[in-house]
Ligand binder design. Structure first.
Ligand code: FPP
Length: 228
């Protein structure tokens, strides 16, 4: 069954919250919650590919997340390298990797070189795939993206919605149809403020590591009947 809204392939975006709480409830370190969160994302990628979703965007690491304890940040970075190295799986699912975040050479950008390399390689190794586009937002913040896009548009002498769109980190990314946030928080947290303009929002109490195929299907089903 293919998932689409008004004839364009569906774009689902996820704010993957609750890894820490998931771990705490089990008496585990927070890092185990993130490890389980990376596995949950891999399962959601498989589910999205099976449902013929067009775009899946996940908030992997925000511009605000750098203040977390060093060991936690290191662990999350290593999980990103793991995620970006799932090339065989991506190819099996005909899925291509994309990335949004502060461009590596921009002032203030913080993506470490090893993660930069993993991102660049994942994009190149999956670029021939024609199905699902999986975008990871890493070192990403929507305000930074919009300030940059506005500055670039101004320097080009035209500030319109389409000139801002053309200067976003990924101008080809279509608007988000469905935004999912897990773990009971009903907030947006500086995530794709431009792209979610008309999105349906699905909040669930489940923490991200428990967000499975059934939950994903339920989130998609919640779109039915919501206005465009
Ligand atoms: C929120 O959990 C999650 C994040 C910090 C970002 C998402 C990270 C992952 C899903 C881990 C690995 C994922 C990738 C993409 C490699 P939290 O720590 O804020 O949870 P809490 O609010 O319960 O403390």
């Amino acid at each position: 069954m293919s998932a689409s809204v008004s004839n364009h392939p569906l774009h689902v975006a996820c704010i993957m919250d609750g890894n820490g709480r998931w771990a705490r409830r089990r008496g585990l370190p927070r890092t185990d919650g993130h490890t389980a969160g990376e596995e949950a994302l891999a399962e959601v990628v498989r589910s999205a590919a099976a449902r013929q979703v067009g775009w899946l965007t996940a908030f992997g690491f925000s511009t605000e997340n750098w203040v977390r304890p060093r060991t936690e940040v290191r662990h999350i970075l290593s999980l990103h390298r793991k995620l970006f190295s799932r090339t065989e799986e991506m190819n099996r699912n005909n899925a291509r990797t994309r990335w949004i975040g502060r461009p590596f050479s921009d002032k203030g950008a913080r993506t470490p070189v090893l993660v930069q390399k993993a991102i660049t390689k994942a994009i190149a190794d999956t670029s021939g795939n024609t199905g699902l586009s999986v975008t990871i937002a890493f070192d990403y913040g929507s305000r930074a993206e919009l300030v940059r896009a506005s500055r670039l548009a101004m320097s080009q002498g035209v500030v319109t919605p389409s000139s801002i769109q053309a200067n976003l980190y990924d101008p080809e990314m279509p608007p988000v149809d469905l935004l999912v946030r897990t773990s009971g928080e009903a907030r947006i947290s500086n995530f794709m403020l431009w792209q979610i303009k008309g999105a349906h929002i699905y909040f669930t109490e489940r923490p991200w590591p428990d967000f499975n195929r059934q939950e994903f299907d339920q989130a998609i089903a919640s779109l039915t009947g919501s206005p465009a």
